[in-house]
Design a protein around this ligand. Structure first.
Ligand code: 5GP
Length: 216
């Protein structure tokens, strides 16, 4: 019997290092690699950017196709961001989970709220920057953006941070290796729960409980 996969949401203000953490977690040498893991590929109505591939970075669809999927209740969650739609397909996620794949959703707090309502078993993780100064340093990046752009990014980041209490776990990404270990611990913790282990270790427990010992 296949052990169903776990669903995880990772949310963070941009600049917290979420993408690097997910990338490291999914590497073959990661301490969480004992079970298959995938990042969910969202649907969007925006145009692909150079270097983006359909089905890899996003599923690029028309507004009509996206609206038809909304009408069919096909999304775990969706949002309109800067005039484009973005959504997480319920059927695709459920199929991955049924195959025993742990799935990671890289979505914001609004998406997290919607998924939590539909799937209360989801594990939600907030990744925080270590300080406001460090966040600003990271958002300033290569120093090519105007003060106005940076101020607007800081405002967005603060809005994301204001929802930290809604999450099951909080990881402060100060030292990257420690943050990765924290993330790995959360993922492995879910896998070790009795609900999952009783399926994964079914053969072991039926042997342990076999009544075949001889009485003296
Ligand atoms: P971009 O167009 O730069 O790839 O993404 C724009 C924004 O849309 C980002 O803040 C990203 O987190 C968000 N986003 C991407 N996919 C989804 C999704 O499936 N659901 C929601 N709610 N937001 C998404």
């Amino acid at each position: 019997m296949i052990v169903p996969g776990n669903l995880f949401i990772l949310s963070a203000p941009s600049g917290a290092g979420k993408s690097s953490l997910i990338k490291a977690l999914l590497k073959p040498e990661s301490l969480a690699s004992a079970r298959p893991m995938q990042v969910s590929v969202s649907h969007t109505t925006r145009d692909p950017r150079p270097g983006e591939n359909n089905g890899e970075h996003y599923h690029f669809v028309s507004v009509e196709a996206f609206k038809a999927q909304i009408a069919n209740n096909a999304f775990y969650e969706y949002a309109e961001v800067f005039g484009n739609y973005y959504g997480t397909s319920e059927a695709a996620i459920d199929a991955q989970l049924a195959q025993g794949i742990d799935v990671f959703l890289d979505i914001d707090w609004q998406g997290a709220q919607q998924v939590r309502m539909k799937k209360p078993s989801v594990t939600t993780i907030f990744i925080s920057p270590p300080s406001k100064e460090e966040l600003e340093n990271r958002l300033r990046g290569r120093g090519q953006d105007s003060e106005e752009v940076i101020a607007s990014r800081m405002e967005q980041a603060q809005a994301e941070c204001s929802h930290y209490k809604e999450f099951d776990y909080i990881i402060v990404n100060d030292d990257f290796d420690q943050a990765l270990l924290d993330l790995t611990t959360i993922v492995n913790n879910q896998r070790l729960k009795c609900r999952q282990q009783s399926i994964a270790q079914q053969a072991l427990f039926s042997k342990l409980l076999e009544n075949d010992h001889k009485k003296a």
